[in-house]
Design a protein around this ligand. Structure first.
Ligand code: GLU
Length: 553
């Protein structure tokens, strides 16, 4: 019988239920109608419920490439492995990326898919993969393989004994020439099978490819008859990637460099099927310094590997993105120096400017960026962002924070707006502790008073200050004059220079007297300016706290 007829019979035997052809899908998913140069990108995570920091890194590249070019950024869910799927995982993906300002134009959503190139969940695309597989079988480019796990293990052992390369190829590919009759007999016996690609690769051949991030790369050509469809008719990553990115009309595939080793499969499949290849951007892993050497950011060991970590800590989304830009594009920092106020989205991101080596994750740098950004925000902005964070991650604090909005905003406005703004916050989760003493519920009374002061002196400050000096209507200068007056009255040094020149001449200084007041009203040795604190706490609370402190001595 003619080879073509045998192939046709085989295709019909394996896929009797498939009635469409690849040409039908070309019509269903036509080339996108986008302006010249517009890029179509996607992320394709597995719905495991875990989002790695690297997912954001990749997604940001995708998003920038698409949205800077007037293209499309979409979400595809790689759920071919049902065992790894976790309920609600799509929601986690969407909410965590949305929280960083990355928005999809199309793809899977928590509800229905959105867009004309779906379905966007791979398990719902079985018919499409099978249509392509059927066509490949018909063209003699794919065949069923009935090898069991044990058969493959034996094959591996024999290859090891002979010193041959491992894999299913050439003379080792035992089902390469299987006939439809033989296949049918095995199917009738209920034997499971996979569908394999008939690789045209030649051992020893090398291929070259220009990756947008890595530059020119050279790799051995693929000779393996890799699996396209598993025994349940669900595709492998390799086949699904090729089929999906073709029919979803992806122009740029951004993915981790762990896919470089199987990249020759993908290039070969595009060529053999006869489809145009997308451009590829293989991204380096995020590394971290650990005991002097670099290693991959580990999901198991490093809390900062988890994307939700940044949300729980309350990093402003902009900072994380800004930080990632410094890692992604070597010219970003120079651009930022020249455009300190510009919107991040104005930076012309280029895949070609990405580093080839692994990007070292530097949390100190992220923290610096965050501190510097937050210190430029107004009290109002800090309030809004903190409230948004607290509502989700610290509801108890949220209740205190929002109980009296004006009060909280006044607190958060202390020391802002000047030339040298206070840098109290790196993340929103720093705010609850900073504000704790402003609320009676979280005010602590361990009173770390200056140790060099005798108890009677401390008590004198706590009694005399409210009785003779404190006036809630005083301005800052008058307030301080009064503290100095009390200092003088107690024989403590008002002039710090004189005190430093001869500390033994005084029992202490104005700094000690101020410290007593600070500790009494805040419960701490370090706090924002005591005058500002007292003004916000208000007369009643100040008097009450001074009295409480005196009673506690
Ligand atoms: N599910 C794959 C991964 O998470 C997708 C790779 C790709 O983007 O093609 O690594």
């Amino acid at each position: 019988m003619e080879r073509t007829e045998l192939n046709r019979q085989m295709a019909q035997l394996l896929f009797p239920h498939i009635t469409k052809t690849p040409a039908d899908y070309e019509v269903i998913y036509p080339p996108r109608n986008l302006p010249q140069g517009a890029k179509v990108t996607r992320i394709a995570p597995s719905p495991t419920g875990f989002m790695h920091f690297g997912n954001l890194y990749g997604a940001l590249i995708d998003e920038r490439l698409a949205h800077q070019s007037g293209g499309v950024f979409y979400l595809r869910i790689e759920n071919t492995d049902a065992k790894r799927e976790v309920e609600g995982a799509v929601d986690v993906i969407l909410t965590s990326l949305n929280a960083f300002g990355l928005k999809f134009d199309e793809g899977a959503t928590a509800g229905e898919d959105k867009g004309n190139y779906g379905p966007y969940r791979q398990r719902d695309r079985a018919e499409i993969y099978q249509t392509i597989a059927k066509d490949l079988v018909e063209r003699g480019l794919a065949y069923p393989c009935f090898c069991t796990e044990e058969d493959l293990q034996q094959l591996h052992d024999r290859q090891e004994a002979e010193g041959a390369n491992f894999g299913y190829y050439g003379k080792w590919a035992v089902h390469r020439e299987i006939t439809p009759d033989e296949a049918k007999a095995l199917m009738d016996e209920g034997k499971p099978y996979v569908v394999r690609f008939r690789s045209p690769g030649v051992d020893g051949n090398r291929i070259k490819y220009k990756d947008l991030a890595k530059g020119e790369i050279e790799m051995p050509e693929n000779c393996n008859d890799i699996v396209l469809l598993k025994s349940d008719g669900i595709p492998t990553y390799h086949f699904a990637h090729v089929v999906d990115d073709h029919f979803m009309r992806t122009t740029h595939v951004v993915r981790g460099e762990e896919w470089l080793s199987t990249f020759p499969y993908h290039l070969q499949m595009f060529d053999v099927i006869g489809w145009e290849k997308p451009a590829y951007v293989h991204t380096a892993h995020m590394l971290k310094f650990d005991e002097g050497s670099k290693r991959k950011l580990s999901k198991r060991k490093d809390p900062e590997a988890r994307l939700t970590y940044y949300l729980q800590q309350g990093y402003p989304a902009d900072c994380v993105i800004e930080y990632l830009m410094t890692v992604l594009n070597s010219n970003f920092e120079e651009w930022r120096r020249k455009n300190p106020e510009a919107d991040l989205n104005e930076f012309p991101f280029k895949a070609e400017k990405m580093g080839i080596a692994g990007a070292v994750f530097d949390i100190d740098k992220l923290n610096d960026i965050s501190k510097n950004l937050i210190c430029k925000m107004s009290g109002e902005e800090v309030y809004e962002a903190t409230a948004k964070w607290a509502k989700e991650y610290n509801p108890e604090f949220y209740a205190l924070l929002t109980r009296d909005e004006a009060y909280s905003k006044a607190i958060l406005s202390i020391g802002r707006g000047g030339k040298k703004p206070r840098k109290d916050f790196t993340v929103w989760s720093d705010v609850p502790d900073y504000m704790a003493f402003f609320f009676d519920e979280t005010f602590t009374t361990d009173y770390p008073f200056p140790e060099n002061m005798p108890k009677e002196d401390i008590l004198r400050v706590l009694k005399e200050y409210p009785a003779q000096y404190y006036d809630a209507n005083d301005d800052q200068q008058t307030w301080f004059e009064k503290v100095k007056k009390l200092t003088e009255a107690m024989g403590y040094a008002v002039d710090m220079k004189a005190y430093k020149a001869d500390p033994t001449a005084f029992p202490g200084s104005v700094a000690d007297i101020s410290a007593v007041l600070r500790v009494a009203v805040t419960g701490r040795t370090a706090s924002p300016d005591t005058f500002a604190v007292m003004s916000i706490l208000g007369k009643e609370t100040v008097l009450d706290r001074l009295e409480k402190a005196a009673n506690a001595l």
